[in-house]
Ligand binder design. Structure first.
Ligand SMILES: NC(=O)c1ccc[n+]([C@@H]2O[C@H](COP(=O)([O-])OP(=O)(O)OC[C@H]3O[C@@H](n4cnc5c(N)ncnc54)[C@H](OP(=O)(O)O)[C@@H]3O)[C@@H](O)[C@H]2O)c1
Length: 339
Protein backbone atom coordinates (compact mmCIF):
# COMPACT_ATOMS: atom_id res chain seq x y z
CA UNK A 1 0.00 0.00 0.00
CA UNK A 2 1.23 3.50 -0.80
CA UNK A 3 0.48 6.46 1.50
CA UNK A 4 0.18 10.15 0.62
CA UNK A 5 0.26 13.16 2.97
CA UNK A 6 -1.64 16.18 1.66
CA UNK A 7 -0.23 19.40 3.15
CA UNK A 8 -3.42 20.73 4.73
CA UNK A 9 -4.34 17.41 6.35
CA UNK A 10 -0.81 16.69 7.53
CA UNK A 11 -1.64 13.00 8.09
CA UNK A 12 -0.66 10.12 5.78
CA UNK A 13 -3.62 8.44 4.11
CA UNK A 14 -3.53 5.08 2.35
CA UNK A 15 -4.08 5.73 -1.37
CA UNK A 16 -6.95 3.25 -1.29
CA UNK A 17 -9.37 4.37 1.39
CA UNK A 18 -12.30 2.20 2.42
CA UNK A 19 -15.66 3.63 1.37
CA UNK A 20 -18.12 2.79 4.18
CA UNK A 21 -21.53 3.67 2.73
CA UNK A 22 -22.20 -0.04 2.08
CA UNK A 23 -21.75 -0.97 5.74
CA UNK A 24 -24.47 1.56 6.58
CA UNK A 25 -27.33 1.13 4.10
CA UNK A 26 -28.64 1.73 0.55
CA UNK A 27 -26.78 -1.15 -1.13
CA UNK A 28 -29.28 -3.94 -0.49
CA UNK A 29 -28.80 -5.92 2.72
CA UNK A 30 -25.18 -5.90 3.90
CA UNK A 31 -25.12 -8.09 7.02
CA UNK A 32 -23.10 -7.15 10.05
CA UNK A 33 -20.83 -10.17 9.38
CA UNK A 34 -20.16 -8.82 5.88
CA UNK A 35 -19.57 -5.32 7.28
CA UNK A 36 -17.02 -6.64 9.79
CA UNK A 37 -15.37 -8.69 7.02
CA UNK A 38 -14.98 -5.50 4.92
CA UNK A 39 -13.34 -3.60 7.79
CA UNK A 40 -11.09 -6.51 8.81
CA UNK A 41 -9.94 -7.07 5.23
CA UNK A 42 -9.26 -3.36 4.79
CA UNK A 43 -7.15 -3.12 7.96
CA UNK A 44 -5.24 -6.32 7.10
CA UNK A 45 -4.46 -4.91 3.65
CA UNK A 46 -2.87 -1.74 5.04
CA UNK A 47 -5.83 0.62 4.59
CA UNK A 48 -5.57 3.43 7.14
CA UNK A 49 -8.25 5.72 5.71
CA UNK A 50 -12.00 5.16 6.07
CA UNK A 51 -14.77 7.36 4.66
CA UNK A 52 -18.18 7.41 6.31
CA UNK A 53 -21.11 9.76 7.04
CA UNK A 54 -23.48 10.30 9.94
CA UNK A 55 -26.44 9.33 7.74
CA UNK A 56 -25.09 6.01 6.42
CA UNK A 57 -27.60 3.64 8.00
CA UNK A 58 -28.51 6.47 10.43
CA UNK A 59 -25.19 5.99 12.26
CA UNK A 60 -24.63 2.26 11.69
CA UNK A 61 -21.54 2.85 9.55
CA UNK A 62 -20.00 5.29 12.06
CA UNK A 63 -20.76 2.95 14.97
CA UNK A 64 -19.08 0.00 13.23
CA UNK A 65 -16.03 2.19 12.61
CA UNK A 66 -16.08 3.35 16.23
CA UNK A 67 -16.05 -0.30 17.37
CA UNK A 68 -13.18 -1.04 14.95
CA UNK A 69 -11.22 1.93 16.27
CA UNK A 70 -11.78 0.84 19.87
CA UNK A 71 -10.54 -2.67 19.06
CA UNK A 72 -7.44 -1.35 17.30
CA UNK A 73 -6.72 1.13 20.10
CA UNK A 74 -7.27 -1.33 22.92
CA UNK A 75 -3.54 -1.92 23.35
CA UNK A 76 -2.92 1.77 23.96
CA UNK A 77 -1.15 3.07 20.81
CA UNK A 78 -1.00 6.80 20.02
CA UNK A 79 -4.17 8.29 18.48
CA UNK A 80 -2.17 9.28 15.39
CA UNK A 81 -1.41 5.58 14.76
CA UNK A 82 -5.11 4.75 14.57
CA UNK A 83 -6.90 4.76 11.21
CA UNK A 84 -7.89 8.16 9.84
CA UNK A 85 -11.68 8.44 9.76
CA UNK A 86 -13.36 11.00 7.55
CA UNK A 87 -17.03 11.50 8.31
CA UNK A 88 -19.67 13.80 6.84
CA UNK A 89 -22.33 16.06 8.29
CA UNK A 90 -25.30 18.02 7.00
CA UNK A 91 -27.90 15.62 5.70
CA UNK A 92 -29.74 14.95 8.97
CA UNK A 93 -32.19 17.81 8.37
CA UNK A 94 -33.62 18.66 4.93
CA UNK A 95 -30.34 18.59 2.97
CA UNK A 96 -31.76 20.67 0.13
CA UNK A 97 -32.74 23.63 2.37
CA UNK A 98 -29.99 26.14 3.26
CA UNK A 99 -32.02 26.94 6.45
CA UNK A 100 -31.10 23.48 7.82
CA UNK A 101 -27.50 24.59 8.13
CA UNK A 102 -27.75 26.38 11.49
CA UNK A 103 -24.92 26.48 14.00
CA UNK A 104 -27.10 24.51 16.42
CA UNK A 105 -27.67 21.72 13.89
CA UNK A 106 -24.02 21.56 12.82
CA UNK A 107 -22.86 21.33 16.42
CA UNK A 108 -25.44 18.62 17.22
CA UNK A 109 -24.42 16.56 14.17
CA UNK A 110 -20.73 16.77 15.09
CA UNK A 111 -21.50 15.78 18.70
CA UNK A 112 -23.41 12.73 17.47
CA UNK A 113 -20.51 11.68 15.21
CA UNK A 114 -18.04 12.09 18.09
CA UNK A 115 -20.21 9.72 20.15
CA UNK A 116 -20.75 7.22 17.34
CA UNK A 117 -17.05 7.11 16.51
CA UNK A 118 -15.85 7.34 20.13
CA UNK A 119 -13.49 10.19 19.22
CA UNK A 120 -12.85 13.42 21.14
CA UNK A 121 -11.50 15.10 18.02
CA UNK A 122 -12.87 13.97 14.68
CA UNK A 123 -10.09 13.58 12.09
CA UNK A 124 -12.06 15.17 9.26
CA UNK A 125 -15.64 16.41 8.88
CA UNK A 126 -16.85 16.96 5.33
CA UNK A 127 -19.96 18.91 4.43
CA UNK A 128 -22.11 16.27 2.77
CA UNK A 129 -23.13 17.75 -0.59
CA UNK A 130 -24.87 20.84 0.78
CA UNK A 131 -27.08 23.01 -1.44
CA UNK A 132 -25.11 25.27 -3.83
CA UNK A 133 -26.03 28.46 -1.90
CA UNK A 134 -24.04 27.28 1.14
CA UNK A 135 -20.73 27.51 -0.73
CA UNK A 136 -21.20 31.24 -1.28
CA UNK A 137 -21.83 32.09 2.38
CA UNK A 138 -19.32 32.31 5.23
CA UNK A 139 -21.58 31.27 8.10
CA UNK A 140 -21.28 27.46 7.85
CA UNK A 141 -17.53 27.63 7.25
CA UNK A 142 -17.17 29.94 10.27
CA UNK A 143 -18.83 27.28 12.45
CA UNK A 144 -16.45 24.64 11.09
CA UNK A 145 -13.49 26.92 11.89
CA UNK A 146 -14.85 27.38 15.43
CA UNK A 147 -15.23 23.60 15.88
CA UNK A 148 -11.61 23.19 14.76
CA UNK A 149 -10.44 25.82 17.24
CA UNK A 150 -12.35 23.98 19.97
CA UNK A 151 -10.57 20.74 18.86
CA UNK A 152 -13.86 18.95 18.26
CA UNK A 153 -12.63 18.41 14.72
CA UNK A 154 -9.03 18.36 13.47
CA UNK A 155 -9.88 19.47 9.95
CA UNK A 156 -12.83 20.10 7.66
CA UNK A 157 -13.51 19.53 3.99
CA UNK A 158 -16.35 19.32 1.50
CA UNK A 159 -17.93 16.52 -0.47
CA UNK A 160 -19.21 18.19 -3.61
CA UNK A 161 -21.44 17.30 -6.54
CA UNK A 162 -19.99 19.70 -9.12
CA UNK A 163 -16.66 21.13 -10.19
CA UNK A 164 -18.07 24.62 -9.69
CA UNK A 165 -18.74 23.83 -6.01
CA UNK A 166 -15.21 22.48 -5.68
CA UNK A 167 -13.71 25.65 -7.17
CA UNK A 168 -15.76 27.85 -4.83
CA UNK A 169 -14.60 25.77 -1.84
CA UNK A 170 -10.98 26.08 -2.91
CA UNK A 171 -11.18 29.81 -2.18
CA UNK A 172 -11.44 28.96 1.55
CA UNK A 173 -8.17 29.14 3.42
CA UNK A 174 -8.89 26.35 5.91
CA UNK A 175 -10.39 23.83 3.49
CA UNK A 176 -8.38 20.60 3.95
CA UNK A 177 -10.02 18.23 1.48
CA UNK A 178 -12.39 17.89 -1.44
CA UNK A 179 -14.29 14.69 -2.06
CA UNK A 180 -15.50 14.50 -5.65
CA UNK A 181 -16.61 11.88 -8.16
CA UNK A 182 -13.57 11.10 -10.29
CA UNK A 183 -13.27 7.90 -12.31
CA UNK A 184 -12.92 6.84 -15.98
CA UNK A 185 -16.52 8.09 -16.54
CA UNK A 186 -16.02 11.43 -14.74
CA UNK A 187 -13.01 13.30 -16.12
CA UNK A 188 -13.99 16.93 -15.60
CA UNK A 189 -12.26 17.37 -12.19
CA UNK A 190 -8.94 16.75 -13.94
CA UNK A 191 -9.30 20.04 -15.81
CA UNK A 192 -9.26 22.69 -13.10
CA UNK A 193 -10.22 21.23 -9.73
CA UNK A 194 -7.45 18.69 -9.18
CA UNK A 195 -4.55 20.94 -10.32
CA UNK A 196 -5.80 23.83 -8.16
CA UNK A 197 -6.22 21.58 -5.12
CA UNK A 198 -2.78 20.12 -5.73
CA UNK A 199 -1.20 23.59 -5.86
CA UNK A 200 -2.88 24.53 -2.56
CA UNK A 201 -2.09 21.28 -0.72
CA UNK A 202 -5.79 20.33 -0.46
CA UNK A 203 -6.51 16.58 -0.47
CA UNK A 204 -8.49 15.16 -3.38
CA UNK A 205 -10.57 12.16 -2.37
CA UNK A 206 -11.98 10.35 -5.42
CA UNK A 207 -15.35 8.86 -4.58
CA UNK A 208 -17.55 6.45 -6.58
CA UNK A 209 -14.29 5.27 -8.24
CA UNK A 210 -15.95 2.18 -9.72
CA UNK A 211 -19.09 3.97 -10.93
CA UNK A 212 -21.20 2.05 -8.37
CA UNK A 213 -19.74 -1.24 -9.63
CA UNK A 214 -20.14 -0.64 -13.39
CA UNK A 215 -16.37 -0.26 -13.72
CA UNK A 216 -15.81 -3.78 -12.41
CA UNK A 217 -17.32 -5.12 -15.63
CA UNK A 218 -19.61 -7.47 -13.68
CA UNK A 219 -22.96 -6.10 -14.85
CA UNK A 220 -25.02 -6.97 -17.92
CA UNK A 221 -28.34 -5.70 -19.32
CA UNK A 222 -30.14 -8.27 -17.14
CA UNK A 223 -28.49 -7.26 -13.83
CA UNK A 224 -31.06 -6.71 -11.05
CA UNK A 225 -30.72 -4.66 -7.88
CA UNK A 226 -32.69 -4.96 -4.64
CA UNK A 227 -35.44 -2.44 -3.89
CA UNK A 228 -33.33 -1.01 -1.02
CA UNK A 229 -30.32 -0.50 -3.31
CA UNK A 230 -29.87 3.02 -4.74
CA UNK A 231 -29.04 1.42 -8.07
CA UNK A 232 -32.80 0.63 -8.14
CA UNK A 233 -34.23 3.73 -6.53
CA UNK A 234 -31.94 6.59 -7.62
CA UNK A 235 -31.15 5.93 -11.26
CA UNK A 236 -32.75 9.17 -12.31
CA UNK A 237 -31.97 11.17 -9.17
CA UNK A 238 -35.26 10.30 -7.42
CA UNK A 239 -33.70 10.29 -3.91
CA UNK A 240 -30.45 12.30 -4.21
CA UNK A 241 -28.18 13.57 -6.96
CA UNK A 242 -28.38 11.40 -10.07
CA UNK A 243 -24.59 11.61 -10.40
CA UNK A 244 -24.12 9.40 -7.32
CA UNK A 245 -25.58 6.32 -9.02
CA UNK A 246 -23.46 4.80 -11.81
CA UNK A 247 -21.73 8.23 -11.87
CA UNK A 248 -24.80 9.67 -13.57
CA UNK A 249 -24.20 7.49 -16.64
CA UNK A 250 -27.22 5.84 -18.19
CA UNK A 251 -26.84 2.09 -17.43
CA UNK A 252 -26.92 0.84 -21.05
CA UNK A 253 -24.44 3.51 -22.20
CA UNK A 254 -22.25 2.55 -19.25
CA UNK A 255 -22.21 -1.08 -20.38
CA UNK A 256 -21.13 -0.02 -23.88
CA UNK A 257 -18.36 2.14 -22.42
CA UNK A 258 -17.25 -0.73 -20.17
CA UNK A 259 -17.04 -3.08 -23.18
CA UNK A 260 -14.74 -0.60 -24.94
CA UNK A 261 -12.49 -0.25 -21.92
CA UNK A 262 -12.34 -4.05 -21.45
CA UNK A 263 -11.37 -4.39 -25.10
CA UNK A 264 -8.53 -1.89 -24.68
CA UNK A 265 -7.24 -3.80 -21.64
CA UNK A 266 -7.41 -7.08 -23.56
CA UNK A 267 -7.10 -9.10 -20.35
CA UNK A 268 -3.84 -7.38 -19.28
CA UNK A 269 -5.46 -6.10 -16.05
CA UNK A 270 -8.93 -6.45 -14.50
CA UNK A 271 -11.07 -3.38 -15.24
CA UNK A 272 -11.64 -2.56 -11.54
CA UNK A 273 -7.91 -2.59 -10.84
CA UNK A 274 -7.18 -0.51 -13.96
CA UNK A 275 -9.82 2.03 -12.97
CA UNK A 276 -8.44 2.43 -9.44
CA UNK A 277 -4.82 2.56 -10.60
CA UNK A 278 -5.74 5.06 -13.32
CA UNK A 279 -7.33 7.38 -10.71
CA UNK A 280 -4.29 7.11 -8.45
CA UNK A 281 -1.97 7.91 -11.37
CA UNK A 282 -3.55 11.37 -11.81
CA UNK A 283 -1.27 14.06 -10.38
CA UNK A 284 -2.90 15.68 -7.35
CA UNK A 285 -5.18 12.79 -6.34
CA UNK A 286 -4.66 11.77 -2.71
CA UNK A 287 -6.80 8.64 -2.52
CA UNK A 288 -9.63 6.68 -4.12
CA UNK A 289 -12.28 5.27 -1.78
CA UNK A 290 -14.02 2.26 -3.35
CA UNK A 291 -16.95 0.89 -1.40
CA UNK A 292 -17.25 -2.87 -0.83
CA UNK A 293 -20.02 -5.19 0.22
CA UNK A 294 -17.69 -8.11 1.06
CA UNK A 295 -14.25 -8.70 2.51
CA UNK A 296 -13.14 -10.15 -0.80
CA UNK A 297 -13.99 -6.92 -2.65
CA UNK A 298 -12.16 -4.81 -0.04
CA UNK A 299 -9.08 -7.05 -0.28
CA UNK A 300 -9.04 -6.96 -4.05
CA UNK A 301 -9.46 -3.16 -4.21
CA UNK A 302 -6.72 -2.60 -1.64
CA UNK A 303 -4.28 -4.48 -3.88
CA UNK A 304 -4.58 -1.65 -6.42
CA UNK A 305 -2.84 0.62 -3.90
CA UNK A 306 0.62 -0.85 -4.49
CA UNK A 307 3.13 1.10 -6.59
CA UNK A 308 2.63 0.07 -10.24
CA UNK A 309 5.34 -2.05 -11.88
CA UNK A 310 6.80 -0.91 -15.22
CA UNK A 311 4.56 -3.41 -17.00
CA UNK A 312 1.46 -2.14 -15.16
CA UNK A 313 2.40 1.46 -15.99
CA UNK A 314 2.51 0.53 -19.70
CA UNK A 315 -0.94 -1.04 -19.50
CA UNK A 316 -2.22 2.09 -17.75
CA UNK A 317 -0.81 4.29 -20.52
CA UNK A 318 -2.89 2.37 -23.09
CA UNK A 319 -5.90 2.42 -20.77
CA UNK A 320 -5.64 6.20 -20.36
CA UNK A 321 -5.93 6.68 -24.13
CA UNK A 322 -9.02 4.43 -24.21
CA UNK A 323 -10.59 6.23 -21.25
CA UNK A 324 -10.25 9.64 -22.91
CA UNK A 325 -11.51 8.42 -26.27
CA UNK A 326 -14.49 6.62 -24.71
CA UNK A 327 -15.31 9.68 -22.63
CA UNK A 328 -15.23 11.99 -25.62
CA UNK A 329 -17.33 9.70 -27.81
CA UNK A 330 -19.91 8.31 -25.37
CA UNK A 331 -20.06 10.34 -22.18
CA UNK A 332 -18.76 13.90 -22.42
CA UNK A 333 -21.96 15.39 -23.82
CA UNK A 334 -24.18 14.17 -20.97
CA UNK A 335 -21.64 14.40 -18.12
CA UNK A 336 -19.45 17.42 -18.71
CA UNK A 337 -22.04 20.24 -18.64
CA UNK A 338 -23.83 18.83 -15.61
CA UNK A 339 -21.13 17.99 -13.07
N1 LIG B 1 -22.12 12.31 -1.41
C1 LIG B 1 -21.05 11.67 -0.93
O1 LIG B 1 -20.28 12.24 -0.21
C2 LIG B 1 -20.83 10.24 -1.34
C3 LIG B 1 -21.63 9.66 -2.33
C4 LIG B 1 -21.32 8.40 -2.77
C5 LIG B 1 -20.26 7.70 -2.21
N2 LIG B 1 -19.52 8.27 -1.21
C6 LIG B 1 -18.37 7.55 -0.59
O2 LIG B 1 -17.59 6.98 -1.63
C7 LIG B 1 -17.49 5.56 -1.42
C8 LIG B 1 -17.34 4.86 -2.76
O3 LIG B 1 -18.42 5.13 -3.63
P1 LIG B 1 -19.59 4.06 -3.88
O4 LIG B 1 -19.49 3.03 -2.83
O5 LIG B 1 -20.83 4.84 -4.03
O6 LIG B 1 -19.26 3.48 -5.32
P2 LIG B 1 -18.09 2.57 -5.91
O7 LIG B 1 -16.96 2.49 -4.97
O8 LIG B 1 -17.85 3.08 -7.26
O9 LIG B 1 -18.81 1.15 -6.07
C9 LIG B 1 -18.98 0.28 -4.99
C10 LIG B 1 -19.65 -1.01 -5.44
O10 LIG B 1 -18.89 -1.61 -6.49
C11 LIG B 1 -18.88 -3.02 -6.35
N3 LIG B 1 -17.49 -3.43 -6.10
C12 LIG B 1 -16.54 -2.75 -5.39
N4 LIG B 1 -15.38 -3.44 -5.43
C13 LIG B 1 -15.60 -4.53 -6.15
C14 LIG B 1 -14.77 -5.62 -6.54
N5 LIG B 1 -13.48 -5.67 -6.21
N6 LIG B 1 -15.32 -6.61 -7.28
C15 LIG B 1 -16.61 -6.55 -7.64
N7 LIG B 1 -17.46 -5.56 -7.32
C16 LIG B 1 -16.95 -4.55 -6.57
C17 LIG B 1 -19.75 -3.35 -5.18
O11 LIG B 1 -21.06 -3.59 -5.70
P3 LIG B 1 -22.00 -4.75 -5.06
O12 LIG B 1 -22.33 -4.23 -3.71
O13 LIG B 1 -23.13 -4.83 -6.02
O14 LIG B 1 -21.17 -5.99 -5.02
C18 LIG B 1 -19.71 -2.08 -4.37
O15 LIG B 1 -20.84 -1.94 -3.55
C19 LIG B 1 -18.75 5.23 -0.62
O16 LIG B 1 -18.68 3.99 0.03
C20 LIG B 1 -18.82 6.42 0.30
O17 LIG B 1 -17.89 6.26 1.38
C21 LIG B 1 -19.77 9.54 -0.79
Amino acid sequence: MQYRTPTRLARPLSVIGQGCWQIGADWGDVSSDAAHAVLDAAVDAGITFFDTADVYGDGRSEQLLGAMRARLGADGGAASDLPFIATKASRRADPFAPESFTEENLRAWVERSRRNLGMDTLDLVQLHCPPPAIYREDRVFDVLDALAEEKKIAAWGVSVETCEEAMLSLEREHLASIQIILNPFRLKPLGEVVPTADAKGVAIIARVPLASGLLTGKFSPSSQFAANDHRSFNRHGEAFDQGETFSGVDFETGLTAVARLEQALDGAMPLAEASLRWILAQQGVTAAIPGASSGEQARSNAAAGSAPTTEQAEVLGRFDAAVRETYDELLRESIHPRW
